[in-house]
Design a protein. Structure first.
Length: 99
């Protein structure tokens, strides 16, 4: 009955063996980012978009977040990378192979 209720709420029910396989799959296929370990996964994503020449507005639209959120991430990225502007961030990203 609990499984039927859970499925009715939109939850998924997996056997332990299937759950283990799913976890192993996602652990194997998770992108490994060795460059800039101080950055979060989202910050890496935004830095890569910056390195590809995207504006804050384009990044916000692509990631479906507000421009203010992107600005906050960009500011944090600059601080963590100890750079003053986008150009310096792009140079660091390209040197690390992110573009």
């Amino acid at each position: 009955m609990r499984a039927i209720d859970a499925v009715g709420r939109g939850e998924a029910i997996f056997s332990p063996s299937i759950a283990e396989r799913l976890l192993a799959y996602f652990a194997r296929n998770r992108p490994v980012t060795t460059a800039f370990p101080e950055l979060t996964e989202r910050e890496h994503e935004i830095l890569a978009l910056i390195a590809h020449g995207r504006t804050n507005e384009q990044i916000a639209a692509q990631l479906v977040v507000s421009i203010k959120t992107v600005r906050n991430h960009v500011s944090t990225i600059f601080s963590k990378l100890q750079v003053a502007d986008r150009a310096q961030a792009v140079v660091r990203a390209r040197e690390a192979g992110l573009s």
